[in-house]
Design a protein around this ligand. Structure first.
Ligand code: V47
Length: 368
């Protein structure tokens, strides 16, 4: 039987896909067939529903001691040209300035700053909650958590507990890159390794927090390393059930040390999202981060396994410094329109996927 037919039969029988199936899906010449299978799995879980949220991205400092070759955002030392570190008041002002917006989430990602005290981060969480008491704080990647533990002489668990007590609600998925040791040694050798990243997510789940996992693709990784990354994520989810979304992130080559590499193509992006949906049978959502994929490809991806588009974002720097030509924000009306025009049903969610505004709202708006 044709290999994709065998995979379709397995999916129909509710059987798990194997490592070899993952490689087959990446190698199969017909992208459309792979997409159709992924779409079936997407529709089994979510029908046409497509999620997004009303969020704000904050990057409080770009000072970073790590030397990830793909990064265009970090600056090594305080005082380097273009380096910045916001005061806490500046961080709070970013949120205060959005007082009129019905935001539900603030997503904070920072460089690994060698000189700030731990109180900076604790006070940041407390202060953000004071400015907006109901807001969900999705802050600090597992790589930042590991860095805090090493810098401030605490265990990973102590760091998570203290941050949680100060207001941390969940962890974003950044810092995962590609789990394979061969790749990490080359592109991000001096930050938390895959085992530590996964163990911090495991700990966060045990403490009652939800997290996401990302995968940076389109640089030096092999197909096998992508599948391995997905299977390690799936194994974590089998153990804890604490993951909400898997987010493939398209490599952007401008202004970093891997700038000679081409950016991944639209077809590669569609395939990676589709294979993610098929392999990660236990992760509820596959997210296309529209800032990274581009708005048009994000729209098409809604037929290739994707059911989530992140959100309004606003103030994104990491991708824009690496050459992204997407807008820095989309309004919720923009996002709903682009989902509708793709033939899908928009749902504004909060970070934990509770419905804020369902698909019926558009009809109400239209007749209001
Ligand atoms: O870990 C950095 C990536 C990540 C580049 O959890 C790059 O909801 C491409 O993790 N080209 C941070 N990627 C962003 C992130 C994220 C995004 C959206 C949603 C969520 C979530 C998390 O950005 C880093 C790294 O993998 N990155 N530089 C670059 N040049």
């Amino acid at each position: 039987m044709e290999p994709l037919g065998r995979i379709a039969d397995k999916l129909d029988a509710g059987e798990r896909l194997s490592f070899d199936d993952g490689v087959t899906l990446f190698s199969h010449p017909d992208l459309y067939d792979v997409g159709r299978l992924a779409n079936r799995e997407r529709e089994k879980r979510h029908g046409g529903l497509t999620y997004y949220n009303f969020n704000l991205r904050l990057e409080a400092t770009n000072v970073c001691v790590a030397s990830c070759l793909f990064c265009s955002f970090s600056r090594l030392k305080p005082g380097d040209a273009d380096s910045y570190t916001m005061s806490l008041e500046q961080v709070f002002d970013k949120l205060r300035a959005r007082a009129a917006q019905p935001l539900t989430e603030v997503h904070v990602v920072n460089g690994l700053h060698p000189d700030l005290p731990f109180e900076y981060y604790l006070d940041m969480l407390r202060g953000l909650k004071q400015v907006r008491p109901g807001i969900h704080l999705k802050c600090f990647t597992a790589v930042e958590i590991a860095f805090f533990a090493d810098l401030y002489g605490r265990t990973d668990e102590q760091v998570l507990r203290e941050l949680k007590a100060a207001g941390l609600d969940s962890l974003p998925g950044g810092g995962a890159e590609i789990f394979a040791e061969r790749v990490r040694r080359k592109i991000c050798h001096d930050k938390a390794d895959a085992d530590r990243y996964l163990s911090i997510h495991r700990l966060a789940h045990r403490l009652g927090m939800r997290t996401n996992v990302t995968m940076l693709y389109g640089h030096i990784e092999t197909i096998e390393e992508r599948v391995d990354h997905m299977l390690r994520t799936r194994a974590l989810q089998d153990d804890t059930g604490g993951l909400q979304a898997f987010i493939p992130l398209a490599f952007h080559p401008d202004n970093n040390q891997m700038r000679k590499l081409p950016a991944p193509s639209a077809t590669e992006t569609l395939r990676v999202h589709a294979v993610s949906r098929l392999m990660l049978d236990n992760v509820p959502h596959v997210k296309a981060f529209w800032i990274a994929t581009g708005v048009d490809v994000a729209q098409i991806s809604l037929w290739y396994g994707v059911d989530d588009l992140d959100g309004t974002v606003q103030e994104e720097k990491i991708y824009h410094m690496a050459g992204a030509r997407t807008p820095e924000t989309l309004t919720t009306a923009d996002i709903r329109r682009l989902i509708r025009r793709a033939g899908r049903l928009p749902v504004e969610r909060d970070t934990l996927y509770n419905v804020v505004t369902g698909p019926e709202a558009d009809a109400e708006l239209a007749t209001a």
